[in-house]
Design a protein around this ligand. Structure first.
Ligand SMILES: [Zn+2]
Length: 288
């Protein structure tokens, strides 16, 4: 099921999954419309924190998809160039939730806010912030995990590992919901989050091999400066990609043991090798 674009801010499309709208209607009918709108506002604020930090780091935000547990921001040029950037952008969301809690408590201290909306606001932010730190894609903690695994495993395998963790988490959440049913506790939001998580995790898993191709295709739309690197022939493609700069055309001069040039690799050649799932292949081997 494709997400619907609800508005555009600059080049960024704000989208909503159709199931999100179904959930909103269900909440409105059952009298939980106010709580749902609060969750929605917190989700939006959380996503804005990601996009603001991404913009500061000069990434282009192409899509923000809203989901009940947060949202998924698609940033052009992100994923493989600098894994640390992905971790910083990911952590900005939960940090935003913590800042909102701090701001609300500060306002309460100054103006003594009514207790009910305040505690609801604090608990929604705390739940969203903490839940998103779980190491499973597409959650923010999963993006941090991917950035940590990107170097040893390569971006494709790192993404798949994170997505598998997401699927496991979704199944665990659903099992928790079913377990509650035996005690007469019907918690629909647990099932809702489990479904969204599963849909998004499966999509991340499937999309993994295309991440790299997408980056090159995306950056081809613009004229870009060349980032010229020199590397030893035994350097692996996954370590080469970590030296690639987003938004630039990366070219690698490959050197032999004596430091003599043995050939040149374009970023397409390097990404193609990586896409085949061969992160350990060496620069010299692609030339042959
Ligand atoms: Zn987030």
């Amino acid at each position: 099921m494709k997400s619907w674009v609800i508005c555009r801010v600059g080049g960024c499309a704000i989208c909503m999954h159709p199931l999100f709208i179904v959930a909103l209607l269900a909440a409105a009918i059952t009298g939980y419309g106010n709580i749902f709108m609060l969750v929605f506002a917190v989700v939006l604020a959380h996503e804005m924190c990601h996009t603001a930090v991404a913009a500061i780091l000069r990434y282009e935000i192409v899509k923000v998809e809203l989901m009940p547990f947060g949202g998924v921001a698609t940033l052009e040029g992100l994923g493989e160039g600098r894994p640390s950037d992905e971790a910083i952008i990911a952590l900005a969301g939960p940090l935003g939730n913590m800042l909102l809690i701090t701001a609300a408590l500060a306002l309460d201290w100054l103006f003594a806010l009514p207790e009910y909306p305040l505690m609801l606001f604090v608990s929604v932010n705390a739940t969203m912030g903490v839940f998103n730190l779980l190491p499973a894609l597409p959650l923010d903690g999963g993006r941090v995990l991917r950035s940590l695994l990107a170097r040893p495993l390569g971006p494709v395998k790192a993404t798949r590992a994170g997505a598998l963790a997401g699927m496991v988490l979704a199944v665990a959440l659903a099992a928790y919901g079913v377990w509650g049913l035996f005690f007469g506790i019907i918690n629909l939001s647990v099932f809702l989050v489990a479904i969204f998580l599963l849909i998004a995790a499966v999509r991340e898993y499937r999309r993994a091999p295309y991440l790299l191709a997408g980056i090159v295709r995306g950056s081809r739309r613009h004229t870009r400066p060349v980032n010229h690197l020199a590397a030893a022939g035994d350097e692996t493609v996954s370590s080469l990609v970590h030296s690639f700069l987003p938004g630039m055309y990366n070219v690698v001069t490959v050197l032999d043991e004596e430091g003599q040039q043995i050939g040149e690799l374009t970023e397409e050649a390097v990404l193609r090798a990586l896409q085949k799932g061969t992160a350990a292949v060496q620069a010299g081997q692609i030339l042959r």
